[in-house]
Design a protein around this ligand. Structure first.
Ligand code: ATP
Ligand code: MG
Length: 337
């Protein structure tokens, strides 16, 4: 399972705002093979959500002003909105950042899951039966639904039926999160993307969700956006670290976390350590995404910067299992003077 599934090349996404142009994605290069689990990490505002929305062409009012996205052999950046409907859901399914607002409060869980199934394979009748509150045990669709939900811990028939009849406000945070994961899985997508799947959860629910996503990553191609090292260590075999709308370092998870090459990765990991895995947004290194400094965007905060860092954007050095974009990187080991 090493086929290339996703290839992002030099992606630029901008927002025109009254304050000026926000350069949310600023030359992103990223690749994923089928079967991989990739973590995207970086401080608040560095462009993670804009990146994953752009993969589904949902970044509006942001505009993709440069670069390309290839997914499953097709150039997503050239597809029409109608063609994009075959990419969204069946190709790429998103578990959104805020689970408490992602479900429709006016419909039961069963209705919403049934509708998802209907979207995958045309109306199946399951939506109507779930809507009427009489899920038809034994039908292929119901068994499919039951299979997915039992993999998410709803394996008792009466618990399952209660869940299907519940409205979103009746769910705990962890249950809501699992329903969103089920929605993504029911579409049998080639790539599942989870945006901050654990950030808003309490400790116990977080551990449960981590365990679940870890199991899922064994047979699903998974991209996980997270601030939290612990989340990425549990789930992802590779990570990409973003700063200023760019991937500044990528590589095998163990290597990036034990031997970070880029000065920003080191600072990010140190600040995580200091605040014990809570979300990081270190004011000392937060970048104004409108007024980019010349050269490397990290140079004003970099304790190791040399004169070249304020003059030229660092090239991206690509090696076997990853990449580093830093003037100080000499091809082996860490970036240093
Ligand atoms: N609709 C929008 N209009 C204007 N600017 C936007 C819009 N959406 C995002 N941005 C800007 O794009 C940049 C990247 O935002 P993005 O949501 O991708 O950050 P993020 O890395 O996901 O942050 P967080 O970790 O807080 O979720 C930010 O500067 C943000 O203010
Ligand atoms: Mg985000």
């Amino acid at each position: 399972m090493t086929d290339s599934l996703l290839e992002v090349r030099d992606l630029h996404v901008r927002f025109n705002t009254p304050r000026g142009v926000v350069r949310a994605n600023n030359g992103i290069n990223l690749g994923m093979n089928t079967g991989e689990s990739l973590g995207i990490m970086g401080e608040s505002g560095c462009g993670k959500t804009v990146l994953i929305l752009s993969l589904m062409r949902l970044q509006q009012p942001g505009v993709i002003v440069g670069g390309s996205i290839w997914f499953d052999g097709r150039e997503v950046t050239r597809l029409t909105q109608k063609e994009m409907q075959t990419v969204r859901g069946k190709g790429i399914a998103l578990i959104p950042q805020n689970h408490s607002t992602a479900l429709n409060p006016a419909y039961t869980v069963g209705e919403q899951l049934g509708e998802t199934l209907g979207r995958r394979q045309g109306k199946t009748g399951l939506w109507q039966t779930l809507r009427a509150g009489t899920p038809g045990a034994g039908t292929r669709d119901y068994e499919n639904l039951r299979h997915v939900l039992s993999g998410l811990g709803f394996n008792d028939e009466s618990v399952l039926r209660r869940l299907l009849a519940s409205y979103p406000h009746e769910l705990s945070g962890g249950m809501g999160q699992r329903v969103l994961i089920a929605m993504a899985l029911l579409l049998e997508p080639k790539l599942v993307i989870a945006d901050e799947p654990t950030t808003a959860l309490d400790r116990a629910t977080r551990a449960e969700t981590l365990e679940l996503l870890g199991r899922l990553s064994a047979d699903t191609t998974l991209m996980v956006v997270s601030h939290e090292v612990e989340t990425l260590v549990c789930i992802c075999n590779r990570v990409a670290v973003m700063y200023g709308g760019r991937v500044v370092e990528s590589g095998v998870t163990g290597r990036v976390f034990s031997d970070p090459h880029h000065p920003y990765t080191r600072i990010l990991l140190q600040s995580q350590h200091l605040i014990r895995g809570k979300p990081v947004s270190s004011a000392a290194v937060a970048l104004d995404m409108v007024n980019f400094p010349p050269g490397c965007p990290f140079h004003p905060f970099c304790p190791e910067a040399v004169p070249a860092c304020s003059r030229e954007e660092p090239p991206e050095t690509v090696f076997d299992s990853g990449s580093v974009a830093c003037h100080l990187y000499n091809g082996s080991g860490t970036c240093s003077k």
